[in-house]
Design a protein around this ligand. Structure first.
Ligand code: HEM
Length: 163
């Protein structure tokens, strides 16, 4: 089954692009006070795209080795998916005021970008994973190995861990 990984991944990524673009356009339309974003045709198009997205996602989960998910990046992505769905609903429909809808719209786009980052890096921290790594590497580079018989001072290490 794994031989179909490139196809399943391509379908998933294509649906992610369509889903995100459609949501961004509809959200912008709602913010502008338009009525077309809630038209039945667009709502059903959105359900269809999201069904393809989720189906391809489940196929990917089934075909990939579970070791790939050992650091829980997929769990974090699924939790964020729930947050994204809730924010999306508030942004398009349930938000009580234009201000609430606008804030939820921006937050939903941010969560979407975070999910893409998590998927791309296979890290729960997503786009921040590289930054965290280099931060740790930079701090470790600060450790003074010369004044304690080649070993770092415990206090110095503790100070780094606390910052
Ligand atoms: C709006 C929601 C989602 C977004 C934005 C999203 C985004 C992405 C992206 C951009 C990739 C390609 C990463 C790469 O370049 O390898 C990807 C892969 C993947 N996604 Fe999603 N995804 C979403 C929902 C889901 C869900 C709900 C699941 C699981 C049920 C899922 C499971 C996966 C898996 C298993 C991969 C394959 C990783 C690999 O081939 O190495 N995704 N996702």
């Amino acid at each position: 089954m794994i031989e179909f990984h490139p196809q399943a991944r391509a379908v998933h990524i294509g649906a992610v692009l369509c889903s995100g673009t459609l949501f961004a356009l509809r959200g912008a339309g709602v913010l502008a006070g338009a009525r077309w974003p809630m038209a039945a045709a667009l709502r059903y198009l959105s359900y269809g795209i999201d069904t393809v997205l989720l189906t391809a996602a489940l196929v990917l989960v089934a075909m990939l080795p579970s070791a790939l998910f050992a650091n829980h990046w997929l769990t974090v992505k699924l939790v964020l998916l729930l947050v994204y769905v809730a924010l999306g609903s508030l942004a398009l429909k349930r938000g009580r005021s234009a201000r609430v809808r606008a804030i939820c719209f921006m937050a939903a786009l941010t969560v979407f970008a975070a999910m893409v980052g998590i998927a791309r890096t296979h890290q729960p921290l997503g786009w921040l994973a590289g930054w965290a790594d280099t931060t740790v590497a930079r701090r470790v580079g600060e450790i003074d190995f010369n004044n304690n018989n080649g070993r770092p001072h415990e206090e110095h290490l503790l100070a780094i861990c606390r910052t």
